[in-house]
Design a protein around this ligand. Structure first.
Ligand SMILES: Cc1cc2nc3c(=O)[nH]c(=O)nc-3n(C[C@H](O)[C@H](O)[C@H](O)COP(=O)(O)OP(=O)(O)OC[C@H]3O[C@@H](n4cnc5c(N)ncnc54)[C@H](O)[C@@H]3O)c2cc1C
Length: 467
């Protein structure tokens, strides 16, 4: 096939890659985006953020209908139709991935299907079904994302011992599900199957859930999940697993060392993190440097050590989040065009979409104190928020961490209903350098959940009105 000349070839069409391609086209670049899968959107749209949230929303409705309607005076007999729930999820994914196809057409971005590799300076080879096409380009942007990490001694079989992709499409509700890893993915998918009827046991190496997030807030979520019937074992690791008939036997050993005990289940979900995906890209031959964890090394402008090659998203360092990848995509392409693209790494929100949700931005109280800062902390419980009460939501709180001297907001940690939406106000507050007083004096509509944010900001100065 004849070669083509592009200003930019993006390898990978996840939220990093496809957003970078759109921004580049907006800036007048001739862009191609190479994707090895038949659909666009990467992990996030196909097997990550979107299908998991579709199932979380559906299973929340199911759970509410079964256990929450009665308190509202509604009697209902409810039955699960899992194939229909899965079909709806697949429909959501299909619509959104097709939406990106439409955006590519609108912006004149050439979509090239196949596996891309760096064929030399300014050349990307795309292999597809025995054919190879070479794209000539002034710039290459690597946005190849990440893959689930496996545990030593625990081999995935796609049916009984699974990673997140398989856990989004189980053909039936497992009677007993063991989840390894109490991070966002493990807790979200554990919640989905718990609500649909599984007994769920979460195994975690550390002594807490959501490692790295605010410890006090994590405790609130932990308690709420336990009340929903999720069970936890902390300070343990899964050393091995084997399938015998329809049963998975999991060897669970104390993290500190000692004898293993055996847990049995129908499905074992390993959710211990993700690793950067660079296989087959030809990084070594191209001389592109990676770090000890296999992440591509980049500088402040997302340039690799090889001129003409950039990298963004899960394949570089930093939190593995879709919005982080998107922001990097935009800023990186703007830098290529001599603009001042920038990512506010200090105010990237992080959300665990359980119910209640757990959303966090900026410094945790522990991190702020460990960094030697004097902090003032304000909290406000949803129990005292009128709208939460009307909704029947009792769990959680808003916690704001501010600098004790300047009152500038350093971090915010929300466990509660729609925490994912509530945190946006505090992301903006941090981005704009706002003080707790600024948020406290902002008028919030009544009765709304965001009033809990205002009250927590008031509580920083010990003057909450409703607690
Ligand atoms: C179950 C689950 C739930 C998640 N939920 C959330 C969430 O709620 N919020 C959030 O922010 N993040 C979430 N994430 C993380 C999020 O999906 C990732 O951070 C995000 O997708 C990273 O974007 P990316 O563009 O860097 O890479 P990816 O989305 O991984 O995309 C990379 C793309 O590159 C393609 N590719 C790789 N190599 C090649 C090659 N050589 N040639 C051609 N194509 C190639 C891949 O096929 C893939 O399509 C979730 C992840 C999982 C697994």
């Amino acid at each position: 096939m004849a070669g083509a000349s592009f200003d930019l070839v993006v390898i990978g069409s996840g939220p990093g890659g496809y957003v970078a391609a759109i921004r580049a086209a907006q800036l007048g670049m001739k862009v191609a985006c190479v994707e090895r899968y038949p659909t666009l959107g990467g992990t996030c749209l196909n097997v990550g953020c979107i299908p998991s949230k579709a199932l979380l929303d559906s299973s929340e409705h199911f759970d509410l209908a079964r256990h929450g309607f009665a308190q509202h005076g509604i009697r209902a007999t409810v039955e699960l139709d899992l194939p229909a729930m899965m079909k709806r999820k697949d429909g959501v994914v299909r619509d959104l991935t097709r939406g990106i196809e439409g955006l590519f057409r609108k912006h004149g971005i050439e979509r090239v299907t196949g596996t891309g590799s760096i064929a030399g300076p300014g050349a990307v080879a795309v292999a597809n079904g025995g054919e190879t096409r070479t794209l000539e380009t002034s710039r290459i942007l690597i946005a190849t994302g990440s893959k689930p990490t496996a545990l030593p001694g625990v081999a995935f079989d796609g049916r009984r011992i699974v990673h997140s992709t398989d856990a989004l499409a189980l053909p039936e509700v497992p009677k007993r599900l063991v989840v390894v890893g109490a991070g966002a993915i493990g807790l979200e998918l554990g919640s989905v199957w718990r609500r649909l009827g599984s007994e769920v046991l979460v195994l975690e190496y550390l002594d807490r859930i959501t490692p790295g997030m605010d410890a006090g807030s994590a405790k609130l979520l932990h308690r709420a999940l336990e009340r929903q019937g999720m069970k936890f074992r902390f300070g343990v690791s899964a050393r091995g697993a084997r399938v015998e008939g329809d049963v998975v036997h999991v060897d669970v050993a104390p993290a500190a060392g000692g004898d293993a005990t055996v847990e049995t289940c129908d499905v074992l979900l390993v959710a211990v993190g993700r690793r950067p995906f660079t296989e087959g890209l030809g990084l070594e031959a191209a001389g592109v440097r990676t770090d000890a964890r296999g992440r591509i090394d980049v500088d402040d402008h997302w340039r690799t050590n090889v001129t003409g090659i950039w990298a963004i998203g899960d394949v570089i360092s930093g939190p593995m989040l879709a919005h982080k990848a998107e922001e990097e995509g935009v800023a990186c392409v703007e830098r290529m065009n001599g603009m001042a693209g920038h990512v506010a790494y200090g105010s990237i929100p992080n959300v665990v979409y359980t119910w209640p949700e757990f959303a966090s931005v900026g410094l945790t109280e522990e991190d702020a104190r460990a960094a030697g800062r004097e902090v003032a902390v304000g909290t406000f419980p949803f129990l005292a928020n009128g709208r939460a009460k009307a909704m029947g939501e009792k769990d959680g709180q808003v916690k704001i961490v501010a600098d004790a001297t300047t009152d500038r907001i350093l971090g915010a940690h929300i466990v509660g209903p729609r925490a994912s939406d509530l945190v946006a106000e505090l992301v903006l507050a941090i981005e704009l350098g706002a003080s707790a007083e600024d948020v406290a004096r902002t008028v919030h509509a009544h009765p709304t959940l965001p009033e809990a944010v205002k009250e927590a900001a008031l509580a920083v100065a010990r003057r909450a009105l409703h607690a």
